[in-house]
Design a protein around this ligand. Structure first.
Ligand SMILES: CC(=O)SCCNC(=O)CCNC(=O)[C@H](O)C(C)(C)COP(=O)(O)OP(=O)(O)OC[C@H]1O[C@@H](n2cnc3c(N)ncnc32)[C@H](O)[C@@H]1OP(=O)(O)O
Length: 419
């Protein structure tokens, strides 16, 4: 049990708290607490003080928490307003005394009041956020491609579909990227919006003190019609083996593609660069097409697989009505929520022409915690699996299968971004 510390003040910060808040943030994330003025100025340029919490012990910041407005794409391509949570830290001397409990309760209550449909975050460690009603809604995988093993034709001279690939510079990326990303993220359940600062950081226009900038390569794929449909940012190292054997790795920082052709051609391009013998994919969807673009898919090995975007449903009705369903049917869900934010019994009616969801007194088909609803909502998790684990209770035989037929999707959701 955590020991509460009532004398510690948890409150929204003001502009003048930003240096001390940043020092506490860096301390919590094990980064040097020596805060440069440029870092403070950068943070002041984008954080919203009213949505940025600090815990103060005798006037000194000992915990940090920040949220911001986010748009999250749901199944079917609509977006919902989300409360995106980031920068969660408690100083090591003040841990396990309930400070995260207090900051989370404060933020989720404000998000509910504001009308956000869900809260989202990317968890540093798996065991932290389930207790607050978050469930892992998307996963991410990282592949390492052994290029010589992949069996690709070494004579490849570029796209064979009439498209082309060009190396572009960071100013081009700031022009092409935002529009392409809008197209990509609205077609990708689990994806989130990117603001202008995202593109500035990704192209070195804004440099972060905490991570030294190395200019990456950028390449764009344009279709035969001349439209920019894919963009990749990658770094290459310089490694040679005995006998002057090239052993270089291309590490993808991010790759977005609006069509499978763009995706295929960008991976093909990366695997065709002379001297590159290994391609590291960066974080991708767990069902990414990458391995199957290679004649020998076993040349692409999953080197990391992990939970990624966690979702906490705040408004069950709007969450379930916002998405579409591949099947048709009805389900009554008893949603349990210890925090009292989203609990209740709801009837979901899913049909090809849209879904409706409303509170009901009808008998429940399935009983589940709001965290499990978060894991099921974007279609990734299986209710049958959760029932086998004892985390979803079937009140009517076969109800978990009905839930899967309604909620699961043919492609897995994916959040390309870290925040
Ligand atoms: C979205 C993001 O920003 S992810 C980044 C999260 N931050 C970090 O990982 C930085 C390092 N860790 C920390 O700063 C802190 O340990 C935090 C923020 C994870 C937790 O803060 P605390 O104030 O110690 O949490 P608090 O005391 O409120 O604990 C609440 C409950 O969660 C549990 N808990 C807290 N952290 C962890 C953890 N890392 N693993 C498992 N359980 C945890 C506590 O035991 C407690 O359980 P109880 O209520 O049953 O007693």
């Amino acid at each position: 049990m955590s020991r509460p510390v009532p004398h510690i003040d948890v409150r929204s910060i003001t502009e003048t708290d930003i240096p001390d808040w940043t020092r506490a943030l860096n301390t919590g994330f094990l980064r040097t607490p020596d805060v440069a003025e440029t870092e403070v100025a950068d943070r002041a340029s984008y954080i919203v003080p009213s949505r940025t919490l600090g815990a103060f012990d005798a006037g000194r910041c000992v915990a940090t928490f920040r949220s911001f407005a986010q748009e999250l794409t749901v199944v079917g391509g609509a977006t919902v307003p989300a409360d995106a949570i980031s920068n969660v830290t408690v100083t090591p001397t003040h841990r396990r005394r309930g400070l995260l409990n207090r900051m989370m309760a404060h933020d989720l209550a404000a998000a509910k009041e504001r009308g956000d449909v869900v809260a989202t975050l990317i968890a540093a460690e798996y065991p932290i956020y389930g207790r607050y009603g978050f469930g892992p809604a998307t996963w991410a995988a990282e592949w390492t491609v052994d290029v010589p093993r992949a069996g690709l034709d070494p004579r490849w001279a570029g796209p064979e579909d009439g498209g082309r690939i060009d190396i572009v510079d960071s100013a081009d990326v700031r022009k092409i990227g935002p529009e392409l990303h809008e197209r990509v993220r609205l077609a990708q359940p689990g994806a989130t919006d990117r603001d202008e600062r995202w593109w500035q950081v990704a192209t070195g226009a804004v440099r972060l003190d905490r991570s030294p900038w190395t200019e990456p390569f950028f390449a764009v794929y344009r279709s035969a019609g001349g439209e920019a449909e894919g963009l990749v940012s990658y770094l290459a190292d310089d490694k040679w083996g005995d006998g002057k054997q090239p052993l270089n790795t291309a590490s993808v920082k991010w790759l977005i593609a609006a069509t499978p052709e763009a995706e295929r051609n960008l991976w093909r391009y990366l695997c065709s660069i002379d001297w590159i013998t290994t391609v590291r994919s960066g974080w991708r969807a767990p069902d990414d097409l990458l391995p199957f673009f290679l004649p020998d898919p076993r040349a692409a090995r999953i080197t990391t697989l992990a939970d990624w975007l966690w979702v906490r449903v705040l408004d069950v009705v709007r969450a379930l009505e916002a998405r579409t369903y591949e099947g048709q049917g009805e389900l009554v869900l008893e949603v349990e929520d210890g925090a009292g934010l989203a609990g209740g019994r709801y009837r979901l009616r899913a049909a090809a022409d849209g879904a409706s969801c409303a509170p009901t007194t009808a008998p429940a088909d399935l009983t589940l915690d709001v965290a499990e609803l978060g894991a099921l909502w974007l279609g990734d998790e299986s209710a049958v699996r959760l029932a086998a684990l004892g985390r979803v209770r079937e009140e009517r035989a076969g109800a978990a299968k009905v839930a899967d037929a309604l909620l699961r999707t043919s492609r897995r959701p994916w959040c390309p971004d870290m925040f």
